[in-house]
Write a protein that binds this ligand. Structure first.
Ligand SMILES: *Cc1c(COP(=O)(O)O)cnc(C)c1O
Length: 396
């Protein structure tokens, strides 16, 4: 095992410490190899960067504000800033990644896009960029999730995507992922598979982290303008697969003075049997093509996770985060459904911002840390709460 000198990048085989790699069926080898061979050089092309930056600015609405939340700062006795990913087009950070991957897919000559989605947020972000580029889009979604997330199914259809129900197994995210992989095997030449987080076989975790790293790139510039220093004392972000956290941490990963706090969903409580706190409950194993920590039974069956927020309802985390956990570089906390709800209502009352339930998990961590008065704390507000209104209404 070679040692990674930087936390930012995996080694040649896609490993962050003990986690990562590419565990894929033989039939997918050419597709994944093509991506591995070409993603970095394509992403470094001047014309790619020009178009990526242009779309982030004029289509997504970047840079998103870094907002000093004064009343939240008074309450937690520190300088609390919110990185407003909730203001991105489509309501969350996911579009940063789908914009990047659609541009990459075009340059690879792909004519068709497939994706899997659980709650539908990644499906919507993928359908959006496919409409933007006039590219065919097929989204796999568990049949049960299609019922639970009907508004997002409608959005995807309005945007011109075909939504295919996955009817096997538990009819949820992992079954949708299996269907997407099957499709990719059958359409190896013309199809690109857009994965929605820093998970999947190498190079997806690194590729997605790079696309999302615009979040911390902007934080640095904005903090320098507003406080005179580029580096905060803390960055807080929620972790489902880990893409908004990877983006918010990225340019601070090798800055040891910056404490990186990842907040997982504890659901009904870590030992309740209804949780998604992967680092607390998980063991090393292989999920979606890479080695990471995942929630599994003694014989390796994936345990169905639970969280009140659909975006955190995932049984694993990306290999970068498993490495941050194992190495001690990251601080891993968790918030229960109840605590996340309370944190969401608090942000509404104190700042007039309705956060996504996912982001509310990160906000809860403000209560769990003893700050010094001078600490600069950045919370990644990964998305807005419109999609969660039904859940919020039940708890008003
Ligand atoms: C999907 C989603 C998440 C979780 O995904 P990550 O890859 O962990 O970032 C968090 N927040 C929002 C708003 C989401 O839509």
């Amino acid at each position: 095992m070679t040692e990674t000198k930087t936390y930012k990048q995996p080694d040649e085989q896609g490993y962050y410490g003990n986690f990562g790699g590419a565990f894929i069926p033989e039939m997918l080898y050419p597709n994944v190899k093509e991506l591995q061979d070409r993603y970095l050089s394509i992403m470094q092309e001047e014309e790619f960067q020009r178009e990526f930056r242009h779309l982030l600015k004029d289509y997504v609405g970047r840079p998103t504000p870094l907002y000093k939340a004064q009343r939240l700062s008074d309450r937690y006795k520190a300088h609390v800033f919110l990185k407003r990913e909730d203001l991105c087009h489509t309501g969350a950070h996911k579009i940063n990644n789908t914009i990047g991957q659609i541009l990459l897919a075009q340059r690879l000559g792909k004519k068709r896009i497939i994706a899997e989605t659980g709650a539908g947020q990644h499906g919507v972000a993928t359908a959006t960029v496919c409409a933007l580029k006039g590219i065919e889009c097929v989204v796999y979604m568990g049949e049960k999730d299609m019922e639970r997330q009907a508004p997002n199914v409608a959005r995807m259809k309005m945007l011109g995507a075909t939504v295919v129900p996955a009817v096997s197994g538990s009819k949820t995210l992992k079954d949708a992922t299996n269907e997407a992989i099957r499709d990719w095997i059958n359409n190896p030449v013309d199809t690109h598979y857009i994965i929605g987080s820093v998970v999947g076989p190498h190079p997806y975790p690194d590729m997605v982290a790079r696309f999302q790293s615009v979040i911390s790139e902007e934080i640095k510039t904005q903090l320098l303008e507003q406080t005179g220093k580029e580096n905060p004392d803390y960055v807080l972000a929620c972790v489902g697969g880990g893409s908004n956290a990877a983006g918010a941490f990225y340019h601070f990963l090798d800055e040891e003075s910056v404490k990186l706090v990842a907040v997982e969903a504890a659901g009904c409580g870590i030992s309740s049997g209804m949780s998604a706190a992967t680092t607390q409950l998980g063991k090393p194993g292989i999920l979606h093509g890479s080695k990471s920590l995942l929630m599994q039974t003694d014989d390796g069956q994936v345990i169905e996770p639970h969280s009140i927020s659909a975006g955190l309802d995932y049984p694993g985390i990306g290999p970068l985060h498993a490495h941050l956990y194992e190495s001690g570089r990251g601080i891993f906390l968790s918030a229960t459904d109840k605590k996340a709800l309370a944190a969401a209502f608090e942000l509404c009352k104190l700042e007039g911002i309705i956060p996504a339930l996912e982001s509310a998990h990160a906000l809860h961590a403000l209560k769990m840390i003893n700050f010094r008065r001078e600490d600069v704390v950045v919370v990644c507000l990964s998305g807005r709460g419109d999609k969660d209104l039904e859940t919020y209404m039940k708890h008003l």
